[in-house]
Ligand binder design. Structure first.
Ligand SMILES: [Zn+2]
Length: 88
């Protein structure tokens, strides 16, 4: 089993390489891997946008990926803040 640690291409959380999922069509790069949480969004996107053309899919994907990475940054900042409050 491959236990190499890699980063999720969307939320930057770390995971073992074998836990990574393919993010297409959310991310076009076949080399990118996403974590299980982000993969739920990939699956949802595939379901919601089933039958739409590639251009529409790409447009939505760009917006969704930027929302997801921004939101995970906010989540990390919030968690860090909570942790600091607890330590005081
Ligand atoms: Zn992720």
């Amino acid at each position: 089993m491959n236990d190499k640690i890699i980063q999720c291409a969307i939320c930057t959380n770390e995971m073992r390489e074998w836990e990574g999922n393919n993010p297409q069509p959310l991310l076009p790069d076949m080399e990118d891997k996403v974590c299980r949480d982000c993969n739920d969004f990939v699956t949802a996107l595939r379901l919601v946008l089933r039958g739409t053309d590639n251009e529409t899919m790409r447009g939505y994907s760009e917006v969704i990926v930027s929302i997801m990475s921004l939101a995970s940054g906010l989540k990390k900042a919030r968690k860090m803040h909570m942790q600091m409050m607890e330590e005081e």
